[in-house]
Design a protein around this ligand. Structure first.
Ligand SMILES: Nc1ncnc2c1ncn2[C@@H]1O[C@H](COP(=O)(O)OP(=O)(O)OP(=O)(O)O)[C@@H](O)[C@H]1O
Length: 260
């Protein structure tokens, strides 16, 4: 795939420290419309820190993240007024957490969870909200009869599906995902990955996906960035990087996970 289009997000020279620990070191990247970029690396390499810095909930010590649609990177995450960042997070961007409980409101029904973004955007009509909730329940393959149940009565995999429905209902153009399938058992993971792959291509979203699982990266991502100790040490088309890794660390990562 070629990326001749203008990116919708760029990061330049991001550096971030936690005390004396350098969690990000001169990280630069670009995300293009409709592409899935996987960020991989071993535990502690800085993947989640990078994702949260791109998303604007962690402030880098140096560097900036610019974004925008329609060919213009005219906004900066770090200087965006807090209220505008919150609005962006509720509408044009989405974030799928590893643990759905970090996103779901456990005290309101499944349907209520799904339509929260629409309500925040001003939709008040009960019939419309109910119809949208039913539509999205079906889309993420949850029995619509569960619409009035609390998320706490759902399995882990179903809670993750609920979180995805709740995030995608506003049709974000950019989705941040942090290990969306880890913590689920293998058969549940497979179904969820299938669903995610279909939704991402159907909704034509760009996705920044953090995963330690190279098989997940291979399945979902067109491009991959490999992190080691806070740096991106190799990046490229996923199949090329995984089939012919150039950096010794990527070679180690691939040989320790993927069958030869
Ligand atoms: N809030 C924090 N305070 C201090 N250190 C932190 C904090 N968050 C992360 N770190 C440290 O920063 C480094 C990068 O952590 P990060 O969570 O980004 O790695 P990761 O690649 O996402 O790891 P994992 O796959 O285990 O989630 C680690 O050494 C971690 O201990």
């Amino acid at each position: 795939m070629s990326y001749s289009s203008v990116p919708i997000l760029t990061a330049r020279d991001l550096t971030l420290s936690f005390g004396t620990l350098r969690a990000l070191e001169s990280v630069s990247l670009e995300v293009h419309p409709g592409e899935v970029l996987a960020i991989v690396g071993e535990s502690g390499s800085g993947k989640t820190t990078l994702l949260n810095t791109l998303y604007g909930v962690l402030a880098p010590g140096a560097g900036e993240v610019h974004f925008g649609e329609n060919g213009k990177l005219d906004r900066c995450v770090q200087t965006l007024p807090r209220q505008q960042l919150r609005h962006l997070h509720r509408s044009a961007w989405g974030y799928v957490h590893q643990n759905p409980r970090d996103a779901l409101r456990m005290e309101i029904t499944a349907g209520g969870n799904i339509v929260e973004r629409l309500m925040a955007a001003g939709e008040k009509h009960y019939g419309t909200l109910r119809e949208k909730a039913l539509f999205w329940l079906q889309k993420v393959e949850i029995d619509p009869k569960r619409i009035d149940d609390l998320p706490g009565t759902f399995s882990g995999g179903m809670q993750q599906r609920l979180q995805i429905a709740r995030t995608l209902i506003s049709h974000p153009y950019l989705l941040f995902m942090d290990e969306p399938t880890s913590g689920l058992d293998v058969s549940v993971q497979a179904g969820l990955l299938d669903l995610l792959r279909n939704l991402v291509s159907e909704q034509r979203m760009a996705v920044i996906l953090v995963t330690h699982d190279l098989a997940v990266a291979r399945l979902l991502a067109g491009r991959i960035a490999v992190m080691q100790r806070g740096r991106i040490i190799e990046t490229g088309v996923t199949d090329q990087v995984l089939d012919d890794p150039q950096h010794p660390y990527t070679q180690l990562l691939v040989s320790s996970v993927l069958p030869a």
